[in-house]
Write a protein that binds this ligand. Structure first.
Ligand code: DGJ
Length: 730
């Protein structure tokens, strides 16, 4: 059993194959956090807590004369605001009398077979019986509400999840002003915080900083998880590397505002919290109602950042993404966006699709511009009726033509967006997020629909379905091209306006769920101006997400490197585009553009007609090669070999089969120097004693991993190599 409870010591021990998480309801019923780290035999880790009389750190009333018991210093599982713990806390509730001071004590618990799910929220799933659930109930000492802490233990995945439910059992409203899904207290140690920051067209840059006294955080108040910070953070030992050291990964299964923070306190203890950002959040829980805080996923590795990432890769690929496209090979696509932008008609698209099909492309995607009045990004959003005049045919005719080339057809939507210059806005201005009496903030000259409203969602859903039902459509790109502002919903009273951000995300999930239930075979790709909503919440509905609007292969190396810490390559939308690149004007070899894009879902985003005959031949072989290595790339173990932002010359990464039988080594020469030194790359994930063949030459696996492979000389800057390595024997 992965969850053990000792009733004498009231000790909860959660164990996965390699990690352990422990809590203890102490003599006052306070739920202490006693361990998260390496798995051991069951032992009460609360022995590590040093009780001392600490000045200016108060004592709970029931501790009586005992000045050594202070919540300000104790490691806690769910610390609350106003309890005498002055660090960042996991819960702040406004009581009906306007006060905030809260005190929670252990009441009961329940252990269940299988992994819990959450109403209306995405969550990891486990169907093979290797998961258990623990629900610990804490009660507010003023007897107004319960807090149910949900833990999912996915034993062989080395994953522990947590979600929180607040149940109001009083007869008055309470308001949650802050709720964090995860809280982990570390009693001692020097830690680094790893975060992923960025901006539009440069997402998820890797940053590592020491945790110092005070609070460091990364978060979003934009209504989406954002380009700026990602809801995936890591704490690690200060000297942890790719292959060594204690690492703790935290991922929020949520697509809206979030905050992840690390606080080093006065006693050199580190508290890590992850949950909904409190700035735009105040949620009323009515008598008898429950509020569910989203799930957070936690993993521990004793073997460095690489193995931590692989834990998340496996879990997200196989236990978060759902549906047919998690196991079926996804089609190599060609998206028309960078090829034609808004400048197309049906004939042009048909020609593009025909040219693409001749090269082996399996899916043609018509991007923005096919609906309403939409020849630029300033009008038409919200009017999901096909512009047959622009296309020169119906959608069915277009789709049928494209299918006649033996390929699939896909289409772009931005369901949440609305232009003021649209029929929808003219008839329903109150459906857009804007505050009465205040001019809204525009972004990309558009507003957003109030997705917290069911009637608004129903209207858009109906129109999307009409389009999807009118033709054969196998793929949908769900885009969003701005952040949220002007939070006001005409459907909510003044006291509940603080709920909009969260209700918006719930509305988004509700609509996506309806979509996948109605069209189970539809491949949906998430997108928000590239990677502005690249998070575990979206992956529950869309198994791939467009990684960035930056299609420059060299920039993509950093973007995909950062993304790889928390997400598998099977989720990273990545395309080969024209050169000079649209975003950077850089020229990178076609082969290198494919090397970058193959380490993702792989596709093209260009006009094939503009390619030379030689380039077309190269594309044909690239597609064949990707199909050949598909399983290795998508399901193999991913290894970061270098950091593209700091490596001196050759950047490398690798896919290795789980059994070590083969590997694909990818190399990009970021710098070349005439008369330069030899370059080696040490491989990973091979069998020490296996004999491997590389370009006809044999090497023991141990040699390739410890001494390295001598790399070919690059003849030009940005040249890349994809080197397939197979095991001959062992
Ligand atoms: C932003 C997306 O990231 C692009 O790929 C493209 O779909 C445009 N929107 C279309 O407006």
């Amino acid at each position: 059993m992965a969850i053990l409870f000792d009733s004498t010591s009231r000790l909860f021990t959660l164990r996965t194959d390699h990690s352990m998480y422990q809590m203890k309801a102490d003599r006052y019923g306070v739920l202490l956090h006693t361990w998260f780290g390496i798995r051991s035999s069951v032992f009460d880790y609360s022995y590590r807590i040093a009780y001392a009389d600490r000045g200016f750190s108060g004592n709970p009333y029931d501790a009586g004369e005992d000045r050594t018991y202070s919540l300000d210093a104790l490691p806690q599982e769910f610390p609350v605001y106003g309890s005498g713990d002055y660090r960042s806390t996991a819960l702040k509730v406004r009581y009906p009398d306007g006060t905030f001071s809260c005190d929670l004590r252990y009441l009961k618990h329940e252990i269940r077979k299988g992994k819990y799910s959450l109403p209306g929220l995405p969550a990891l799933y486990e169907t093979s019986g290797n998961a258990d659930t623990l629900i610990i109930t804490l009660e507010d000492t003023r007897r107004m509400f319960y807090v149910h802490l949900y833990y999912g233990v996915l034993e062989d995945l080395d994953i522990i999840t947590r979600a929180v439910c607040v149940e109001n059992h009083s007869n008055a409203d309470i308001y949650i002003e802050n709720i964090q899904s995860v809280c982990v207290d570390y009693l001692h140690g020097d830690y680094d915080l790893h975060t992923f920051y960025g901006r539009h067209v440069k997402e998820r840059n890797y940053q590592r900083t020491p945790v110092v006294h005070g609070i460091q955080s990364a978060g979003s108040t934009r209504g989406t998880s954002s380009h700026q910070y990602n809801p995936f953070l890591i704490l690690s030992d200060r000297n942890a590397s790719e292959d060594t050291g204690n690492c703790y990964g935290f991922s929020f299964v949520y697509s809206g505002d979030f905050i992840g923070s690390a606080e080093l306190d006065q006693y050199d203890q580190t508290r890590f919290l992850l949950g909904i950002h409190p700035d735009n959040f105040c949620y009323c829980v009515k008598p008898g109602e429950c509020f569910y805080a989203p799930e957070a996923v936690m993993a521990y590795s004793a073997d460095g950042l690489g193995s931590l990432s692989r834990i998340f890769h496996r879990a997200y690929r196989d236990h978060l993404c759902r549906g047919k496209w998690t196991t079926t090979r996804r089609p190599v696509l060609l998206n028309a966006w960078e090829g034609v932008y808004f400048d197309f008609n049906g004939d042009k698209l048909i020609q593009m699709a025909k040219d693409a099909a001749a090269l082996g492309v399996e899916l043609f995607v018509m991007d923005d511009g096919w609906f309403g009045k939409r020849d630029l990004d300033v009008s038409g959003l919200g009017d999901w009726t096909v512009n047959e005049e622009k296309l020169g045919c119906s959608l069915k005719e277009l789709s049928d033509q494209i299918h006649s080339f033996g390929i699939k057809f896909g289409i772009w939507f931005e369901p949440e967006g609305i232009n003021e210059d649209s029929n929808l806005y003219r008839s329903h201005p109150e459906w857009a997020l804007q505050i009465p009496g205040k001019k809204p903030t525009r972004s990309r000259q558009q507003l957003l629909l109030d997705f917290s409203r069911e009637d608004v969602r129903d209207y858009i859903f109906t129109h999307i379905c009409q389009v999807l039902d009118s033709a054969r459509i196998e793929y949908l790109k769900w885009d969003l091209n701005r952040s949220l502002t002007d939070l006001y919903s005409a459907a909510l009273p003044a006291t509940r306006q603080g709920e909009i951000m969260h209700r918006y995300v719930l509305g988004l999930y509700d609509m996506l769920e309806k979509l996948i239930q109605r069209y189970p075979d539809l491949l949906i790709e998430g997108c928000s101006g590239g990677g502005g909503r690249f998070d575990a919440g979206m992956l529950y509905y869309t198994p791939q997400i467009w990684c960035s609007d930056d299609t420059d292969a060299i920039e993509r190396l950093s973007i995909q490197y950062g993304t790889s810490f928390g997400y598998p390559v099977s989720t990273m939308g990545s395309h080969v585009s024209h050169c000079p690149n649209e975003q950077t004007r850089r020229i990178a070899p076609l082969n290198t553009r494919a090397t970058a894009a193959m380490s993702g879902t792989f596709g093209y985003e260009l006009d094939v007609n503009k390619m030379s005959a030689d380039e077309k031949d190269i594309v044909k072989t690239q597609i064949e090669e990707f199909k050949k290595y598909y399983d290795l790339i998508q399901y193999g173990d991913y290894y970061r070999l270098t950091n593209p932002d700091t490596v001196e010359a050759y950047h490398g990464w690798e896919f290795a089969a789980a059994d070590g039988s083969e590997a694909l080594l990818c190399i990009v020469a970021l710098q070349i120097h005439p008369n330069g030194p030899g370059r080696w790359m040490c491989l990973k994930g091979l069998r020490e004693d296996g004999i491997y063949v590389v370009d006809g030459r044999e090497y023991p696996g141990g040699v390739l991993m410890n001494s390295g492979l001598l790399l070919p000389d690059a003849a030009e800057e940005y040249q890349s190599f994809r080197i397939h390595i197979t095991m001959k024997s062992n």
